[in-house]
Design a protein around this ligand. Structure first.
Ligand code: CP
Length: 322
């Protein structure tokens, strides 16, 4: 069955049953499709000469980024601006967290300034869930430790959907540091809910075997096996900051065993390449692969703005006074 691509105006907030976007584990297929359909409509807005709509006028959005980010932070900021929402942002180093203020107190003070939506990136898994329990704001998870990165997975699916008719039986391989990857976890949840077959591939030290049973994904330590019959290969960033843990002998050896090269593209002529960024060129992807026509990495970034517009639009509280 082809995935639906409705062209109706996005006025269907009620179809999303979740109040917060914390992870995708409890999102049903119809909710995921609704998010993607709405994002598709906002994607068209990005190609207009004037890329702003008044949809969220009067809504206040706070971004709390307690870990570094380029794509997620900027695209949430652009998404909120293109919906005409008011935005404020805070980084860990520039906030009173450096003076010992807790996350809960930070969020409650932000809320006291009448903020409607809080976007949180945090190194602790579960930090957004904690905020959802102790504040009344809508909480959107922009990445929490190794746990979840739901908007990344949704933008990945939006990007895939531009190239395939259906997720049913789509073969997606996710390659790299699976253990530490919130991107992998959220992608497996969303893709398997929509019927895709997912293979997780990486060195044994980065590949929790329990994910095979827990997340309904095949696992392999062999890149050739992961690419055989694969439609889309998603390479993950090797987290250099974890090199001390001795998870792989060297970046050169990692590239030899798990790096995707022009030779892989020649052997798999229909294979598409994705990467959530930031890319370590020459490690998880050869330079030529990053810049290849079949690498759809920058489409992922563009779609990130549209997808985050959809998330903000669907989840921001309805304002009757504006
Ligand atoms: N993909 C991603 O989360 O990138 P940033 O860390 O730059 O936001």
């Amino acid at each position: 069955m082809a995935e639906s691509r409705s062209s109706a105006a996005p006025d269907r907030k009620a179809e999303l049953r979740h109040e917060h976007l914390l992870d995708l584990s409890t999102y049903a297929a119809d909710e995921l499709r609704h998010l993607l359909d709405t994002a598709q409509e906002f994607r068209a807005v990005l190609d207009r000469p004037i890329r702003q709509v008044p949809t969220l006028q009067g809504t206040s959005v706070a971004s709390l980024f307690f870990e570094p980010s380029t794509r997620t932070k900027l695209s949430f900021s652009l998404a909120a601006g293109r919906l005409s929402a008011e935005t404020v942002s805070l980084s860990k180093s520039g906030s009173s967290v450096t003076k010992g203020e807790t996350l809960k107190d930070t969020a409650r003070n932000v809320e006291a300034m009448k903020v409607d939506v809080v976007i949180l990136r945090h190194s602790s898994p579960g930090a957004p869930h904690f905020l959802a329990r102790c504040t009344d704001s809508v909480i959107i998870n922009a990445g929490d430790g190794a746990h979840a990165h739901p908007t990344q997975a949704l933008l990945d699916l939006l990007t895939m959907r531009a190239h395939v008719d259906t997720f049913e039986d789509l073969q997606v391989s996710i390659i790299g540091d699976i253990t530490h990857s919130r991107v992998a976890r959220s992608n497996v949840q969303a893709l398997t809910t929509l019927g895709a077959d997912v293979t997780l591939c990486g060195p044994a030290t980065m590949l929790p075997v329990e994910m095979e049973a827990a997340m309904d994904a095949r696992t392999t330590t062999r890149l050739d096996a992961a690419l055989e019959g694969c439609d889309i290969a998603m390479a993950l960033r090797i987290q250099m900051e974890r090199q001390d843990e001795g998870l792989f002998p060297s970046t050169r050896e990692y590239h030899q065993q798990y790096g995707i090269t022009p030779d892989h593209l020649r052997r798999h002529p229909d294979l598409l390449i994705m990467h959530p960024g930031p890319v370590n060129r020459g490690i998880e992807l050869a330079d030529e692969v990053v810049d290849h026509d079949r690498a759809i990495i920058l489409s992922q970034v563009t779609n990130g703005v549209a997808l985050r517009m959809a998330v903000l639009y669907l989840m921001a509280p309805q304002r009757d006074d504006g």
